[in-house]
Each structure stands twice: as structure tokens, then as C-alpha cells.
Design a protein around this ligand. Structure first.
Ligand code: TRP
Ligand code: SF4
Length: 331
């Protein structure tokens, strides 16, 4: 069966607990893809190190936490391969070999590189590791000869570089590496509690593992349509920070009810928030239950990673062997 399924590779950097923005932006897509594709999902801990090298101690604890977030959200280790980048040294060897054929200009021109460097001015990112980030990413991807890479918009330049590197390799050493296609997540919008992009650093996020008694006060204090001073003022869901959440978590009937109650001023924002909280709880409950099971049995998590690592290492080795043969590096 797996022979007929197309293959997918994607990774996430372990930089902190995941929130609803990650879920609706990326994870939901990953979860849906595991039935249709043969999926390799990995914790990109080396990639986290490129920007967090001066304080790497946190990355370590984020690695198992990230895997926990994934499985709690619905990634099923029996359906997909979950592994850790730094446990698979073949990525590093392929990175080195690909670095030989990657022109510096390609890396310096990379728009994500330029943007990130500006965004993170506080960190010194004038390092070889950071410049080479996309080459490592190309190695992550090409190790598995995938057809598809599910990523967000911001990762398109990196994927384009992966294809360029593959093309260069094929040109120099004969056709072997695929040029994988990006699969863009239909960005289900999940803004932060204040309407800006959801981000832990903005303090406007709801974590996937956050207990309901912490979620409740956050939702109850959300800003709604500011023109709606009292219940008798009609409101507009389109300008309300709350409504996007109804669109993600409430049924179509409920959404119609919200629109009606809001625009006709027949219900108040507190009622509206209570309905949302109910649905949020229904949504988060299975995630919290699965997380508890993982917390109760830490060995389970490491077993899952060990199994995934083994599979990934074997696959990457097969690819690397051919790459080395083509580059006359097998003796
Ligand atoms: N660069 C990606 C990000 O920041 C993470 C990543 C590393 C990745 N290697 C990858 C994503 C390979 C897809 C495929 O989100
Ligand atoms: Fe927002 Fe609901 Fe209040 Fe309308 S009723 S302004 S949608 S919280």
C-alpha cells in the first residue's frame, strides 16, 4: 500500500509549546495528510540551533514537548513517521555534500534569510549555520525523495532553493533527486486573542496544552466589537476578535445564531463568549486527554521517537548511498 502513496516530508522547529495558531495553520493539515500520504514529520532541532545557539538549553526540553503536542493534536505514530533531525546524522552528511554545489549567491539572495536576519537583529546571525539553513533544509527534504512538502507561505523560498539544489545535482551527476512541490496550507485563519497574528511573544495565544481554567479568563476578557457598548447595540461579527474562533470551532447553525444574535442585538457578548468557550472545551478536551496519557508514560514518547528515528535513518541512508556513489565518494 505504501508503494502507491506519495511521500511527504515536513519539519517544525522546537521553539516552544504549540498554540491554536499552529494547529489551524499547519498541524491540522499534517493530520489530514497522514491518511493519504506516507508522511515523515520531524523535529528540526538543528534548525532551532541556528538561531538559538547562544541559549540552547531550552531546545532540549522543547523536543519531547513538541512531539507531545503533535500526538495530542492527532498525529498517529502508527500512520506517520515521527523522528528527530539530530538523531539522523545522514541529514548532516547530505547537507555537507549539497553545500559543495550550492552557490553562495543563492543563499544570500534568499528573502526569508534577509527578513529573518532583520527580524532577529538582537541575535548575531552572521554565522555559517544560519546562512546554510536552507541547505540543511534541502538535505532534510531530499533525504526522503518526497513528492510533496507541506509548508506555510514563508517557506516557499526555501523550497524553491531545495528544487534548485536538486536540479543542480541532477545536472552535475545525472538525474536522481526529485524536485518536490510545496503543498500550501489553506491558511485557516486563527488570529490571536487581540486580532493580531497569534504568537506566544504577543501574549495573545491559547496553548494546545493550556488548561481550561486558564483559557476561560482569556476568552472572557477578549475585546469584541468596540461599537457594541451594551447588549441593545447591534454588533458586527466581522470586526469582532471573537468571531474567527466561532468560524473555526462552532457549527454552521451556531455561527448563524451568532450572526443573528449579534446583528439583531438579541444576545450579549457574554452569551457569545460562553458558547465559544463550550466549543473550545469540546475541541481541546481530546487533546488534553491524549496529553495526559503521554505525560503518564514518558517511555512511550521516547519509544515512538526511537521507532521513527530508525525508519528515517534507514530511508535517508538509502538516498545518501546513491548520492555518494554519484559524487564518487564511495570507496
Ligand atoms: N524551516 C522550517 C520552519 O522554520 C522548518 C524545517 C526545517 C522544514 N526543515 C524542513 C520544513 C524541511 C519542511 C521541510 O518552519
Ligand atoms: Fe462579537 Fe459575539 Fe459580541 Fe457579536 S455578540 S460582538 S460576535 S462577541
Amino acid at each position: 500500500m505504501s508503494a502507491t502513496r506519495q511521500r511527504i516530508v515536513s519539519g517544525m522547529r522546537p521553539t516552544g509549546p504549540l498554540h491554536l495558531g499552529h494547529y489551524f495553520g499547519v498541524l491540522k493539515n499534517w493530520i489530514e495528510l497522514q491518511d493519504e500520504y506516507e508522511c515523515f514529520y520531524f523535529v528540526a532541532d538543528w534548525h532551532a540551533l541556528t538561531s538559538e545557539y547562544s541559549d540552547p538549553s531550552r531546545i532540549k526540553s522543547f523536543v519531547p514537548e513538541l512531539v507531545k503536542d503533535w500526538i495530542a493534536a492527532g498525529l498517529d505514530p502508527d500512520k506517520c513517521i515521527i523522528f528527530q533531525q539530530s538523531e539522523n546524522k545522514h541529514h548532516a552528511e547530505l547537507h555537507l555534500l549539497l553545500s559543495m554545489i550550492t552557490p553562495l549567491g543563492w543563499l544570500e539572495r534568499n528573502p526569508t534569510y534577509k527578513e529573518l536576519k532583520q527580524e532577529l537583529v538582537a541575535k548575531d546571525l552572521n554565522t555559517l549555520g544560519f546562512l546554510g539553513y536552507p541547505v540543511l533544509q534541502a538535505a532534510d527534504i531530499l533525504s526522503y525523495l518526497p513528492q510533496v512538502v507541506p509548508v506555510g507561505q514563508d517557506q516557499l523560498p526555501h523550497l524553491e532553493l531545495t528544487r534548485e539544489i536538486a536540479r543542480r545535482f541532477n545536472h552535475l551527476y545525472g538525474q536522481f533527486l526529485p524536485e518536490p512541490q510545496a503543498k500550501l496550507t489553506e491558511a485557516a485563519k486563527c488570529p490571536g486573542l487581540d486580532g493580531r497574528k497569534m504568537s506566544k511573544s504577543y501574549g495573545n495565544a491559547i496553548g494546545l496544552g493550556e488548561p481550561m481554567d486558564e483559557v476561560k479568563p482569556k476568552v472572557m476578557s477578549m475585546l469584541t466589537d468596540t461599537n457594541r457598548k451594551r447588549k441593545s447595540d447591534p454588533g458586527d461579527p466581522e470586526v469582532c476578535n471573537l468571531f474567527p474562533y466561532h468560524e473555526l470551532m462552532s457549527s454552521h447553525e451556531q455561527q448563524a445564531e451568532v450572526r443573528e444574535g449579534c446583528t439583531q442585538a438579541t444576545w450579549g457578548c457574554v452569551d457569545c463568549k460562553k458558547m465559544l468557550l463550550q466549543n473550545m472545551e469540546t475541541f481541546l478536551e481530546p487533546l488534553h486527554t491524549r496529553r495526559k496519557a503521554l505525560d503518564a508514560d514518558p517511555d512511550m514518547l521516547w519509544d515512538i521517537l526511537r521507532r521513527g528515528n530508525e525508519r528515517a535513518i534507514a530511508e535517508a541512508e538509502t538516498t545518501l548511498t546513491v548520492v555518494k556513489e554519484r559524487m564518487h565518494m564511495v570507496f
